[in-house]
Design a protein around this ligand. Structure first.
Ligand SMILES: O=C(CO)COP(=O)(O)O
Length: 305
């Protein structure tokens, strides 16, 4: 099965009660691609989670921005995985660079948190990413691989994990990674999963990008073969978030179109009836759409008829 596109909105430490209601009402009113095509998860601060959950449309999900590393108890200020499950919050973001850097969360601690959250039934958006200094010294791949390995050392079932590559230098800076830079790291992360967990997990795990994603740059990023979605910060608080959701899926369609087009053009003889016969077997919605468009193109160009 293909990797379903994933768009997360990390609201970070932002919002008032009224602002949160306004954002939710905007999200509730928009027409977005179907649930089969894209998974949408918004992550407000803890205190707004019940409000957002109660007001948000049912095809969008919620995520907490953190949770405690083990069962609750005498840990002042923390929120446990059990509490999130009890509230019906399905997702949690763990290992965000703002927590790694500002609150000294180590790779091992993040690995422990991911393991515990999964064991309680939460789904996890696990973040990795290098600082500017690390990129400039050429250690990007080593850093993100170590961060991923610290999770992979403990987690073998990645069904409920989305890996988010968020270069620290791109977060909140307006300095987005180029599609090529992001694709290079995503493909390396997939290799890292292959080596440390296995080929099936590497092929099926969604690896999403975060760092200054906006309505203008999302399409090109989404068209990269190993970019399976976004974790959006600043732009997720604005109506622009909807453009990111929509543009991302449009881009994936373009990518699938190109791949199919190349495949079909590489076949020497192909009758349209053969293509038409295979249509019902194509369950991937993008591929289906693309094939229909291609057939129209072929018919009008009179290439194979
Ligand atoms: O940190 C991020 C999402 O988790 C990205 O933040 P920005 O989109 O504001 O750069």
């Amino acid at each position: 099965m293909g990797r379903k596109f994933f768009v997360g909105g990390n609201w970070k430490c932002n919002g008032t009660n009224d602002e949160v209601k306004k954002i939710v009402s905007t999200l509730n009113g928009v027409e977005v691609p179907s649930e089969d095509v894209v998974e949408i998860v918004v992550s407000p601060p803890f205190v707004f989670l019940p409000l957002v959950k109660s007001l948000l449309r049912s095809d969008f999900q919620t995520a907490a921005q953190n949770c405690w590393v083990r069962k609750g108890g005498a840990f002042t200020g923390e929120v446990s995985a059990e509490m999130l499950v009890n509230l019906g919050i399905p997702w949690v973001i763990l290992g965000h660079s703002e927590r790694r850097l500002l609150l000294n969360e180590s790779n091992e601690f993040v690995g422990d948190k991911v393991t515990y959250a999964l064991s309680r039934g939460l789904k996890v958006i696990a973040c990795v990413g290098e600082t500017l200094e690390q990129r400039e010294s050429g250690s990007t791949m080593a850093v993100v691989s170590q961060q991923t390995k610290a999770i992979a050392d403990q987690v073998s079932n990645w069904t409920n994990v989305v890996l988010a590559y968020e270069p620290v230098w791109a977060i909140g800076t307006g300095k987005v990674a180029t599609p090529a830079q992001a694709q290079e790291v995503h493909s390396e992360l997939r290799k890292c999963l292959q080596q440390n967990v296995g080929g099936e997990v590497a092929a099926s795990t969604r690896i999403i990008y975060g760092g200054s994603v906006n309505g203008a740059n999302c399409k090109e990023l989404a068209a990269q073969p190993d970019i399976d979605g976004f974790l959006v910060g600043g732009a997720s608080l604005k109506p622009e978030f909807v453009d990111i959701i929509k543009a991302a899926t449009v881009s994936k369609t373009a990518l699938a179109w190109n791949q199919l087009w190349c495949k079909i053009m590489s076949l020497e003889r192909l009758s349209c009836s053969r293509v038409l016969l295979s249509l019902p077997k194509i369950t991937d919605i993008y591929a289906r759409k693309c094939l229909i468009q291609i057939l129209t193109q072929i018919a009008s160009a009179d290439i194979l008829i």
